[in-house]
Design a protein around this ligand. Structure first.
Ligand SMILES: [Fe+2]
Ligand SMILES: [Fe+2]
Length: 199
């Protein structure tokens, strides 16, 4: 089993945007590169609107899906090796671990030590209890620039909601995703309680 450090590659650039690109290309995950730039730019734009650090939002967006390099069948093993808890929802649907594992890679291989950035990466799929505004900005940016070819069906409603507040935007997406969700992650349940949403 590969540990996080085993994924280390010799970067030719000192620029983190180019390192992200080098890293994903190296592991044959070039399809994630465009999405990562899009989410980074959208997060930066939303950061301005919602008064959080644009630089932190940009970096979190840039690296949020960086653990795409880890095969899904390796995710639970890796988590256990790291002595991290594996929730039963994550055991059933290991792909959902990609949010936490992207934060590990950002820290260990990209030297990101800022807790706010790591937090936003770690919960970009599910949010979590007492999510910060930066967490929510990156969460929303990922949903606006989702990684499918067509544009997101909830986009118009989401944009209207974002003119009211960041929380209203989160609610629009969560209400949409609940109609078609594979596993309801406990972190999402916690976030829903904070947002006064029922599940
Ligand atoms: Fe993701
Ligand atoms: Fe993403």
């Amino acid at each position: 089993m590969r540990k996080i450090i085993d994924y280390k590659i010799p970067f030719t650039s000192i620029n983190i945007e180019l390192q992200m690109k080098e890293f994903l290309n190296y592991y044959g995950k070039s399809e994630i590169i465009h999405h990562s730039y899009e989410v980074a730019n959208k997060a930066k734009e939303l950061a301005g609107k919602f008064h959080v650090s644009p630089d932190k939002a940009y970096l979190a967006g840039l690296l949020h899906d960086i653990s795409a390099v880890i095969p899904n069948e390796e995710r639970v093993k890796l988590q256990k090796h790291l002595k991290k808890e594996v929730l039963k929802e994550e055991e059933r649907f290991p792909m959902i671990l990609h949010q936490k594992q992207s934060a590990f890679i950002a820290e260990e291989l990209f030297n990101i030590y800022d807790e706010e950035i790591l937090s936003a990466i770690e919960c970009h799929t599910t949010l979590k209890r007492e999510a910060s505004d930066l967490d929510k900005v990156v969460f929303i940016a990922d949903k606006v620039k989702w990684d499918r070819s067509d544009s997101a069906p909830y986009l118009d409603q989401l944009n209207v909601a974002l003119d009211i507040s960041l929380d209203e935007g989160c609610k629009v997406y969560i209400n949409w995703v609940l109609s078609d969700i594979l596993v309801l992650h406990p972190w999402l349940k916690d976030a829903m309680l904070d947002l006064d949403l029922n599940y």
